[in-house]
Ligand binder design. Sequence first.
Ligand code: GLP
Length: 244
Amino acid sequence: MKVLFKNDYNEVSKAAAEIFIKQIHDKPDSVLCLATGSTPLGLYSELIAANKQGTVDFSDVTTFNLDEYVGLDPKHEQSYKYFMEDNLFNHINIKKDHYNVPSGIESDYDAYCKKYEDKIESAGGIDLLLIGVGENGHIAFNEPDKSLSAVTHVVDLTEDTIQVNSRFFASADEVPKKAVTMGMGSILKAKKIVLIITGDKKAHVLERLMNDKSISTEFPVSFVLTHRDVTIIADAAACKNMHK
Ligand code: GLP
């Protein structure tokens, strides 16, 4: 595991962008897995700027997203599909049929989740996967629990996550109660993983991850400790407990 300590969010975003740009230079038809949340916004701005300057080309890149709220139409401003188009896809030269965000409006999720997994496999598997982390240690929408699902599945969001994510909605009541998410196995099968942890609200997460080397389904992000090729990029605020 590699850990890059950076001074601030801006430096974190630049360091993450370098990794993504190198990946696409090395393999122009890379399969990427992308995340939502506020954490990757700086990285996406860097990628948009690099694409506009002609230093990275997305025309052969395929992407899959980690998760989506169940019940939100893709045109809903808080849907992750909308988020990805608004913050990245509409501003880079990726082909419209090359990006995949799980659908939040399926009637048969068993069949749909299997199809999503199969599509990732047919694309050749994920070369580079980006994750952020929730304040309760969730990754994608794999919430702390007694057991975790290996594959793409529908989950009930925890009250903690609903409260934290309510900042994007008019009220907590409007936050969907369920989500569809790639599972721990689908995430860990990626060839490389970049985990970004920023801000003092995540300091306890980074501290636990770095100091307590145990793996627990009650702390889903701990599973990255089992992966061969993980780069964690953290800012000074997230590192504030590291020297205690
Ligand atoms: C959401 C997403 C996660 C994300 C997390 C943290 O719940 N499902 O993929 O990592 O929130 O979000 P933020 O980056 O805004 O702290």
